[in-house]
Design a protein around this ligand. Structure first.
Ligand SMILES: C/C(=C\CNc1ncnc2c1ncn2[C@@H]1O[C@H](COP(=O)(O)O)[C@@H](O)[C@H]1O)CO
Length: 264
């Protein structure tokens, strides 16, 4: 596999004292230290109904925000409607390039493409970049769905299609709707959130025939042990819920599980 770094989709000229950031679909250059409030933060902010000076926030702004949310769904559906069979891969934003963990992501991306799948990630750094890199260099469809965050945010350069979302929940819909399976590489809170959202959707029958594969027994094993020893023992889950997750050690095994599940 060639290791040539492709031209990034994003290529901002650095100017001292400034930073480039997204505001929804728009890209703007702002002061380096300017405070930034994300769309998710605005949406989720509680406005005291007893405070009459905030009536504008409570009524007009939230109502109009719905149209922005709607437009984000439309943009996502439009951009992704032609995606062929795909697997969404989650994993740490902090996996370091060149580390074994990063290389595992590269191999997952490559093997998924070789098995005929498009690859979808969060479009950011770390395991997301690694997986996109493997998919991109293998000549496959490599999709990154990025998210507006309170700090500078870039799409990784290994994408054939990149999108930038304001709202976490809109982006999460795309992760599920356009994929036939989830693969989770080692990760932190974001990865756990994505894993458990997927698991809830499968457990409650909202999505069907949707393999969830965790790569790295040493990393994921203790979580599964806890689910068994605490959640199952305390009757918070059913024994069959544990069957919804498959833990493997290698990218090869992970892709084999996806293929064997027959999802297409
Ligand atoms: C913290 C750093 C970058 C953050 N950038 C992200 N870009 C895109 N998607 C992200 C980012 N951070 C989290 N995510 C999503 O959550 C998962 C990773 O979170 P974790 O807490 O690192 O496990 C990932 O799958 C994304 O969908 C470094 O500068």
């Amino acid at each position: 596999m060639s290791d040539v770094r492709p031209e990034p989709l994003e290529d901002d000229v650095p100017i001292e004292g400034t930073q480039v950031r997204y505001a929804g679909a728009a890209k703007v250059r702002v002061d380096e230290d300017s405070e930034y409030v994300t769309s998710d933060e605005n949406l989720l902010e509680w406005v005291d109904p007893r405070d009459s000076t905030k009536i504008l926030e409570r009524t007009v702004r939230d109502s109009w925000r719905v149209l922005r949310i709607q437009s984000e769904f439309v943009a996502g559906f439009d951009a992704l409607e032609n995606v062929s069979e795909a697997v969404t891969v989650f994993g740490s934003a902090r996996s370091v390039p060149g580390s074994a963990e990063y290389e595992m992501g590269v191999e997952v991306g490559r093997r998924l493409v070789e098995a005929g799948y498009a690859v979808i990630t969060g479009g950011g750094p770390g395991a997301m970049e690694a997986t996109n890199k493997g998919a991109f260099l293998a000549g496959g469809e490599s999709i990154g769905l990025n998210i507006e965050l309170p700090f500078e945010q870039h799409l990784n350069p290994y994408l054939t299609l990149g999108m930038h979302f304001r709202y976490f929940f809109v982006r999460k819909t795309m992760f599920v709707k356009y994929a036939q399976a989830f693969v989770c590489l080692p990760g932190g809170v974001g990865t756990l959130d994505e894993l458990f959202e997927a698991l809830t959707l499968v457990q409650t029958g909202k999505v069907k025939r949707f393999p969830i594969v965790l790569v790295g027994r040493a990393f994921w094993g203790p979580l599964l042990d806890w689910m068994r020893q605490v959640l199952l023992a305390d009757a918070k889950i059913s024994p069959q819920d544990l069957d919804l997750i498959t833990v493997v050690d290698t990218p090869e095994e992970a892709v084999d599980v996806v293929i064997a599940s027959g999802v297409r």
